[in-house]
Write a protein that binds this ligand. Sequence first.
Ligand SMILES: Cc1cc2nc3c(=O)[nH]c(=O)nc-3n(C[C@H](O)[C@H](O)[C@H](O)COP(=O)(O)OP(=O)(O)OC[C@H]3O[C@@H](n4cnc5c(N)ncnc54)[C@H](O)[C@@H]3O)c2cc1C
Length: 417
Amino acid sequence: MSGTIHIVGAGLAGLSCAVRLADEGRRVALHEAARMAGGRCRSYFDPSLDLVIDNGNHLLLSGNWAARDYGARIGASDALVGPAECQFDFLDFETGRRWRLRPNASKIPWWIFVPDRRVPETRPLDYLDAARLLFAKAGATIGETMRCDGLLFEKLWRPVMLSALNTEPTEASATLAGAVLRETLAAGGAACRPLVARGGLGHAFIEPALAKLSAQGVSPRFGARLREIDVDDGRVRALRFAGEDIALGEEDSVVLAVPPWSATELVPKLVAPDDYRAILNVHFKIAPPPGQPLLLGMVGSVSEWLFAFDDRLSVTISGADRLIEEPREALAGQIWAEVAAATGLPRDLPPWQIVKEKRATFAATPAQEARRPGAETAWRNLFLAGDWTATGLPATIEGSIRSGYKAAALAGCAKAP
Ligand SMILES: Cc1cc2nc3c(=O)[nH]c(=O)nc-3n(C[C@H](O)[C@H](O)[C@H](O)COP(=O)(O)OP(=O)(O)OC[C@H]3O[C@@H](n4cnc5c(N)ncnc54)[C@H](O)[C@@H]3O)c2cc1C
């Protein structure tokens, strides 16, 4: 097993695969089409705000074991911050009511019996309905599996499921929702502490990984777009990049860690997700007021999650396809009016930036879920990684890192013929 493992794509799937293999002393070559690493999880300098911002705010949970393992491997465990215990602050924009959801740490969910730990005006029994997701039929939607109306759905399940799946819950896969529930609330509050990359995604996930890889002798080739994969006799024989071909030796293998729209162009007959959902982020250059929670869930408003960073307030809206064509100025004004009301800040619009990610994630519907391929392919030395492969999770950091680890395990063991 002395061959080189070529990893194509330096998003989190590719980086985590590279980190894992380099840690095992394997020879790794990393190729990335863009001028920077990170893919859909990146920080960059925005000249109009004169700030480093993220393409989108990312929320992780303490139960995301792969993301935390990756953070530890790259020496960035302390870059994710959050409250010491599981708590989520919410504001109902229509009524002005605020509450703090506080699931207890253990698996026995006694918190649903404590009124000031649960959603106001809900009853303990209301919470049981969502347990149906844990036993959902393959191919069923959330709408076919549990009640998708009523107070608890509107104030808790809809916002949580929409952000986890980036798909309107009524049409989203109940199996994927069940997987999220199983690894989070059903595992107890200890697995649900919210974690945010307060110093930016680059600082938490990308720069430390590149520094570590560089120390291990791996320097990514940026601006290297893979155009074609040559296959013969059941193996990949060459990678054709724009301007350069790389012939593969008998012991070499390839991990393709690109998004599905690239992978299907490169791999013959690959079936992969082909329907996507947008995420919209609006960044406001203004310091949060004292006491502003790191994360505020907003219901009854266009804004869904308000993140408080030291130098900006930032709103995330999932499943945002309906807003993609909206005029930017009007949208910024509307969102700021909501944020100003939620925070008590003046109504004057601060400097802002809107980042629209049209293909933020694949649509987490049962039909798309059925299109997710495994990591192995028809070619012995070609493996797939990415949040869109069959990870059993929705398109998330956790899923992409698990896929990177899985591809690393397969490619690291791939035998020469
Ligand atoms: C706005 C937004 C908000 C999000 N919020 C959350 C969140 O709160 N929590 C969460 O867990 N997840 C969130 N996600 C999802 C998360 O960002 C993704 O699941 C994860 O980043 C995907 O990583 P990946 O490596 O699988 O794919 P990508 O990040 O897409 O990486 C693929 C890489 O391949 C490169 N590439 C493409 N084609 C080629 C080619 N032909 N040759 C060479 N390189 C190529 C690309 O440039 C890219 O760098 C969010 C995503 C977005 C966009």
